[in-house]
Design a protein around this ligand. Structure first.
Ligand code: ATP
Ligand code: MG
Length: 419
């Protein structure tokens, strides 16, 4: 137990972490381009926040939250998603009083007691954006476009954007009744969870992954035919915007999303190569959430993207990730007595921004040169011998084997020019 990480968690070791850093730097670049500033909310919140915003009949609240009482008796939950925190911060810091919309992104770990498998973990990473304070349909399209541009930068292709509208509380009321009538006729075939949610929130059944439930919902009434004129117009406008920027999508009339707070536009982006965990991004509009959390009525739209799945997708697709940087110089001590001087020179190189390293085994010259080779350093800097007494070092080009004696005070310039 002491030597294994808890179920559903894992270590990301340096080689893979380099891929994460590459993905994260693309996220930051994309958000800069699109004008989203970073928000870093806490990793835990009052449990109440998620009960209120995510919704009592969702998978997250019913069975996935890491909730505990802290030593002061507060009810705390490790964040299972970050839209709730972003909205809480928007209200706590009166961001509604400034220019609208407020556009923010977040990046970091989320916690859900999920059933671990490839692409599904108990601690996983999400990148999300939220644009709060506008109902402009171009904003719905912008949010989708941020996700697509990001995948494009990563060289990830073959994605499918699934789009739907789930209307507003007004038009959803009629739909809810129609769906409830339909599902009630098939109670016998629904799973236990769906049965228990049926009367409280029949839309949840559309999101169930059980085969039996999916067979029933395949023929269920569709929200799109119930949209009121305002929701219908909005949905059309979003589609026109997407078409105008050549963002391809398909309409999936069964898409409802797993969180209660959505209104109007909902979407999911799927990379089919990931099998059961193919959804790499989900989002939509949540015009009622800010008011639900005690703020002024404020429209908003955003997405959350599962980065573990994005990483799996680029690995599976073989999309190019830039190679890790190798050292420019590898400092080698000719004898044990030169080890400290080698270390001193190495430190000077690093202080001059030169990626460099040495061997720490206090081993033979041969073994050190082998290590220099393995590190794929461009130069070996040999410290010791007569050169040392003359204030010189020997610099060997590891590809050509060519070697120069250089005064120590010219080493940095030599290496920098050789770059
Ligand atoms: P799923 O249906 O796969 O459980 P979800 O509807 O619960 O997904 P969202 O709450 O919409 O997921 O979260 C947005 C994205 O976060 C998902 O599309 C997915 O890429 C990622 N995600 C969600 N749960 C996990 C998890 N347990 N492990 C890894 N990624 C996850
Ligand atoms: Mg889930």
């Amino acid at each position: 137990m002491l030597t294994t990480a808890p179920r559903g968690t894992r270590d990301i070791l340096p080689e893979e972490a380099a891929q994460w850093q590459y993905v994260e730097s693309n996220i930051r670049q994309c958000c800069l381009l699109y004008g989203y500033g970073e928000i870093r909310p806490p990793l835990f919140e009052h449990t109440e926040l998620f009960l209120r915003s995510v919704g009592e009949t969702t998978d997250i609240v019913e069975k996935e939250m890491y909730t505990f009482r802290d030593r002061g008796g507060r009810n705390i939950t490790l964040r299972p998603e970050a839209t709730a925190s972003t909205v809480r911060a928007y209200l706590e810091h009166n961001l509604y009083a400034g220019p609208q919309p407020v556009k923010m992104y977040y990046l970091g770990p989320m916690f859900r007691y999920d059933r671990p498998q490839a692409g599904r973990y108990r601690q996983f990473s999400q990148f999300g954006i939220e644009a709060i304070g506008t109902q402009d349909p171009t904003m719905d399209a912008e949010v989708i476009s941020v996700a697509l541009d990001f995948y494009c930068r990563l060289g990830l292709t073959g994605l499918e954007v699934q789009l739907n509208s789930i209307g507003c509380p007004k038009c959803r009321q009629d739909y809810r009744q129609a769906l409830l009538n339909y599902l009630s006729q098939h109670r016998g075939q629904l799973c236990r969870t769906c049965l228990s949610r049926l009367d409280r929130n029949p839309l949840r059944v559309l999101d169930c992954k059980e085969e039996g439930c999916q067979a029933i919902t395949a023929d269920a009434p569709r929200m799109l035919t119930y949209l009121c004129s305002e929701c219908d117009e909005h949905f059309k406008a979003v589609q026109e915007c997407l078409q105008s920027i050549e963002a391809h999508y398909v309409i999936n009339p069964a898409l409802v999303r797993g969180l209660d707070y959505y209104t109007k536009t909902v979407f999911e982006i799927v990379w089919p190569g990931l099998g059961a965990q193919a959804a790499i991004c989900g989002g939509g509009r949540y015009d009622g959430l800010i008011e639900e959390c005690g703020g002024p009525s404020t429209p908003a739209v955003g997405f959350a993207m599962g980065l573990d799945r994005v990483l799996l997708a680029i690995q599976k697709a073989g999309a190019a990730v830039p190679a890790a940087k190798t050292p420019l110089a590898y400092v080698v001590a000719l004898s044990a007595a030169d080890n400290q001087e080698a270390f001193r020179i190495l430190t000077r190189l690093r202080r001059a921004d030169i990626i460099s390293d040495k061997d720490y085994r206090q081993t033979s010259l041969r073994a050190q040169l082998k290590a220099a080779d393995r590190s794929r350093a461009r130069y070996a800097v040999l410290v010791g011998g007569i050169e040392r007494t003359q204030g010189m070092v020997a610099v060997r080009n590891m590809t050509t084997g060519e070697q120069h004696e250089i005064p120590l005070d010219q080493l940095i310039t030599f290496l920098q020019e050789g770059r």
